[in-house]
Write a protein that binds this ligand. Sequence first.
Ligand SMILES: Cc1cc2nc3c(=O)[nH]c(=O)nc-3n(C[C@H](O)[C@H](O)[C@H](O)COP(=O)(O)O)c2cc1C
Length: 346
Amino acid sequence: MDFSYNISASYQDNFDRGPQLGAVPELPSTDSFEFLGQQVSSPLGIAAGLLPNAKWISGYAARGWDLLTYKTVRSIKRECYPVPNWVFVDADTGDGPVYATQDFPEDLSQISSAVCFGMPSMDPSFWREDISRAKNSLIEGQRLIVSVVASPETDWSAAQVAEDYAKCAAWAAEAGADVVEANYSCPNVCSAEGQVYMDMELTDTVTKAVRSAIGQTRLLLKVGVFPDADLQSSFLRVVAGVADGITLVNGISREVLHRDGRPVFGEDYVRAGVLGRIIHEPCVVAVREAKAAINAEGLNLALAAVGGVSSVSDYQDFIDAGADAVLCGSSPMYLPDLAAKIKASL
Ligand SMILES: Cc1cc2nc3c(=O)[nH]c(=O)nc-3n(C[C@H](O)[C@H](O)[C@H](O)COP(=O)(O)O)c2cc1C
């Protein structure tokens, strides 16, 4: 079956050839919604990942996705890990290994997958211009979120990490981002930028630096699952009043293996981010808990929910859990018209 991203090809091939998408479906009209104080045609969008450049952004914007996240960029060019970067997996809902498979269920909304890209980035001289192209391709009621991350050396201080995040954030805002998303979590990188949200001092330093670099531009922080409620509450208290909201969650880290036990992404990345159907339930729980913690402390933070949305009822689960917006990571690759379907139900 043809999907918009060819998982057998390299990241660069997919980047260059743009999304493979068919005819645009009829798009239902919707009421206007508000997200982060901005009017949007729907609180529905695509999370950081599938959209690495303006061609991909405009392809999906034309299919009715209204919150479009430009895949995470860095202050330096960074190559992608070698293929495979994305595999379909068979999995249970526990926390043991998941297994790569060539088959996928007939009902595509049941797909689970795993990714390991290493957060590649084009040089800023490319993406600073390309973000403006992406922004110009949107219509009224659509918003561009740009995801940024630092690229720390092992000996960098917290201040240096913060400065690198802030530099990318300022460039993204200057290029036309309606919202900057600082990525504080990546299950597939081992350096400091993969785990910022687990370190409260680093979170505090980076968030304040990014805020002062982008002025009034809206700021989201992308996090992973918190290991306990206390850490989550500490995080929310530290960032409230500085950031405008939280995007949760990133892929959930599990071992990704072939049936014979070999790691799919190589010995250095035995664990990687798992996405889609099998993470939906834990992500709904995470969003519900985050909402309860925000309400309990009266914090002013919006929630953009991510994790396994591939049907109208998955979308509704997140809205019921208290999400202000719902973002799909992997499903728009195999269900590019899901936005039209969900919007018809709004
Ligand atoms: C192809 C692909 C690449 C991704 N790259 C990034 C990334 O660069 N930055 C990021 O914050 N998340 C990245 N993600 C994670 C998604 O934003 C999202 O958190 C994850 O896919 C879980 O959502 P899902 O279950 O709807 O797929 C990526 C996901 C996919 C499918």
